[in-house]
Design a protein around this ligand. Structure first.
Ligand code: ZN
Length: 358
């Protein structure tokens, strides 16, 4: 079969999802994710050893399914891509090793991908018909820069200035916990189980703003850094206080979640505004990361971006969590920039980098 754009197979095993995707350029032909969330739920969080065992068990099946869904044979793939960081070291290894072996076996160039770059550009993926937020060729994509990116996930909270694809300057990041961690910890305090973050967002819908208030972290720091450890502690004390007053959880829990979510959104918007105002040339805001699964966060960050006249690029719900589709999009950009490896000895040398940054 002839294709105008390169066919890419992409792998991601950076945390607890085993994912494989097939793309034609930015078009996601298939993206298969095998989630382990139920297995880790009983431990209250991701256990790297268990995740590794599950990745090893699942990856051959997920791989076969992705090819089958895309109706592509491995021989017809032009590039093999995989996340090499950041993430959990022993888990990253599984997808990376599988992908490298595949590239070597079938004589394909290998594309190492930064998982956070994948999150950042996940909103640039297109569906099989070529539809998406930014359809068309790379000229359309290049018009989006310079841009800002806000990345919020279980391990990351970062504001990045993106001059162009591949040219990043970190403007701010969390000094302690990531937003996703704070959500899950608060979920635990409220006995929501794991992962508790999505429950906090659900419950917030039924709460009234202002009934329970928290201080916005780093409100007067003047910089673009974040901090969520103090907010988490404040939440813990607040629950103790309410319970000691003899109030049943159900009397205050919705307002509590409302107050917490409002504070997180306010803190993100506050830093975003500083970033936009101190970088007047930017045209676009990219957002990415699992925490954007909250429709309300997506909407309210979008309102801020649009109030400054920025184009707002966020991914469809299915690409907000970890997935190989976003890794494939990032791989495509790397390929266009010549960032891939053809020599077998060099492919073998690619190692996982758990603390990789942008
Ligand atoms: Zn991620």
């Amino acid at each position: 079969m002839k294709h105008n754009e390169p066919i890419i197979i992409a792998f991601d095993t950076s945390c607890d999802d085993t994912s494989v995707a097939i793309l034609e350029g930015r078009k996601v032909l298939s993206s298969v994710v095998s989630s382990q969330v139920e297995i880790h739920a009983q431990w209250g969080g991701v256990v790297p050893d268990i995740a590794r065992r599950e990745h090893e068990k699942n990856i051959p099946m997920v791989y076969e399914e992705a090819l089958k869904k895309a109706k592509i044979k491995i021989e017809d793939v032009d590039y093999v891509a995989a996340t090499y960081g950041p993430g959990l070291a022993i888990d990253l290894e599984v997808g990376l090793a599988f992908a490298k072996e595949l590239a070597i076996k079938y004589g394909k160039p290998f594309v190492p991908v930064n998982h956070m770059e994948g999150h950042m550009f996940s909103g640039l993926s297109l569906n099989t018909k070529g539809n998406g937020l930014v359809p068309g060729d790379m000229n359309e994509v290049e018009k989006l820069f310079p841009a800002l990116a806000l990345l919020i996930s279980g391990k990351h909270t970062e504001l990045v200035l993106v001059e162009k694809i591949g040219d990043y300057k970190k403007l701010g990041e969390t000094l302690d916990d990531a937003v996703g961690e704070a959500f899950d910890k608060v979920g635990r305090i409220l006995n929501f189980g794991y992962p508790g973050g999505p429950v906090v967002c659900e419950f917030a819908k039924k709460g009234v703003s202002g009934n329970i208030k928290f201080t916005i972290p780093m409100k007067n720091s003047g910089d673009m850094n974040f901090s969520y450890s103090g907010l988490k502690t404040a939440a813990l004390y607040k629950t103790k206080e309410l319970r000691e007053e003899g109030k049943q959880d159900k009397e205050w829990v919705y307002d509590f979640c409302r107050g917490f979510l409002d504070t997180v959104i306010d803190s993100l918007n506050l830093k975003l505004k500083i970033a936009v105002e101190s970088n007047p040339g930017v045209k676009t805001l990219f957002v990415g990361g699992g925490v954007f699964n909250s429709e309300e966060i997506v909407r309210k960050i979008g309102n801020t971006a649009r109030s400054y006249g920025l184009t707002y690029i966020y991914s469809e719900q299915e690409y907000r969590g970890d997935n190989a589709g976003m890794v494939g999009v990032s791989a495509y950009f790397n390929i266009l920039n010549g960032k891939y490896i053809s020599e077998v000895g060099e492919i073998r040398k690619v190692d996982r980098d758990p603390r990789l940054s942008l």
